[in-house]
Ligand binder design. Structure first.
Ligand SMILES: [Zn+2]
Length: 378
């Protein structure tokens, strides 16, 4: 069910990442465009400032030209008036009635009395004024063009900024969608893992049930029931007897054979002082993988083969010389109470039941109820 959802969600995540990459590329190109527009705007601004200076200087020039022109006009009128005071009435009256300089110049065309030089000067000055005026107008037109360019650039800048801001929003949305999608993916994966775990649990439970059925059959075949001891030992395997996996194993020449020759190492010794124990350790601990066979150290009668909260699944054997041996923390037992065992006969499988922190066999030997060093008899 979730396998397709997981791959779909992963695919969606990849698509979103690609969209984000594309959006970031577009954003970067918009950034460049904005920079260009800003530079162009700066250039237009500089050009306009320069143009303003030129216009101002043209204005000053025009004022000067007009002053010069007017001075000439006034001095000419004075000279004409002087001539009037000395006769030549008819023409001079006409000239002095001129409304402006152009009119005046037209009228003086007919007045031969006025000096050619004077008249040429005035015409020259008037031309200068016109030129300066024309120059000023051109500058103003150029300024208008720059101003229009500036307006266009400002509009372009605003539109690029809008595009950029939209792009940023798009990227932020994609990022949040990517985050959401990643959460969904994580959830789906967790669900799939949980489903797998439950499946394995169910399989393990089924296997355990099958093994239990086999054990029950074996117990019935032997017609020996392990004493069930306390009724509230709580969940742990309580004294079920399962078939041995090995024949008799005897080693060494001592009274006791090693009860766990398949051990990995000896993790504790008789007499060892440990923080959590009062008095020294009462036996040897043989660390071994779960399921390693354990053996009767010597022939004897099984006194106890059941579950205890501290010793776990344990076996107690009374030997013919009066010694008692104890074997603790089994995962399962292969003997039952009351049974006679031979030296080296399998009695169980190493486990970690009862008060134990890892699979091992605790092997303890007692003489008249007092724990003694097992090594003395091995
Ligand atoms: Zn121990």
């Amino acid at each position: 069910m979730s396998a397709t959802s997981i791959s779909e969600t992963q695919k969606k995540g990849e698509q979103l990442e690609e969209q984000k990459k594309a959006a970031e590329a577009e954003k970067s190109s918009l950034d460049n465009e904005l920079n260009t527009v800003i530079q162009e705007l700066q250039k237009a601004q500089d050009d306009m400032s320069a143009k303003e200076e030129q216009i101002e200087s043209a204005e000053n020039e025009l004022v000067e030209a007009k002053v010069t022109e007017n001075n000439q006009y006034e001095s000419m009128k004075k000279r004409i008036k002087y001539m009037y005071e000395n006769g030549n009435v008819e023409f001079i009256e006409i000239i002095l009635s001129a409304e402006n300089i152009s009119d005046f110049l037209n009228k003086t065309e007919y007045v031969t009395k006025i000096s050619e030089y004077d008249r040429d000067m005035l015409v020259e000055f008037q031309k200068t004024v016109e030129q300066v005026q024309k120059k000023e107008e051109e500058l103003r037109a150029e300024y208008e063009e720059l101003s229009a360019l500036q307006t266009t650039l400002s509009e372009k800048r605003a539109s690029v900024e809008t595009l950029l801001s939209n792009k940023n929003i798009q990227i932020a949305n994609l990022e949040s969608e990517i985050g959401e999608n990643a959460k969904v993916l994580q959830q789906l994966i967790a669900e799939a893992q949980e489903a797998e775990r439950r499946q394995k649990e169910a399989e393990a439970a089924q296997l355990a049930a099958q093994q239990q059925a086999m054990n029950n059959n074996a117990g019935q075949n032997n017609q020996i029931q392990a004493p069930s001891g306390g009724s509230s030992t709580g969940g742990s395997t309580s004294g079920g007897v399962i078939p041995p996996s090995s024949g008799n194993v005897v080693s060494g020449s001592g009274y006791f054979t090693h009860p766990c020759p398949g051990m990995t190492y000896q993790s504790s010794y008789f007499g060892e002082i440990r923080e959590f124990e009062v008095g020294g350790h009462k036996g040897h601990d043989y660390a071994a993988p779960e399921g390693t066979p354990t053996y009767a150290a010597a022939a004897g009668t099984v006194l106890i083969a059941n579950y205890s909260t501290s010793a776990g699944n344990w076996v107690v054997i009374q030997h013919d010389n009066g010694l008692v041996s104890k074997y603790m923390h089994h995962s399962a037992l292969t003997v039952s109470a009351g049974q006679r065992v031979e030296k080296g006969q399998q009695i169980g499988y190493v486990g970690s039941t009862g008060q134990s922190t890892g699979p091992h066999l605790h092997f303890q030997v007692e003489l008249n109820g007092v724990a003694v060093n097992p090594s003395n008899y091995m």
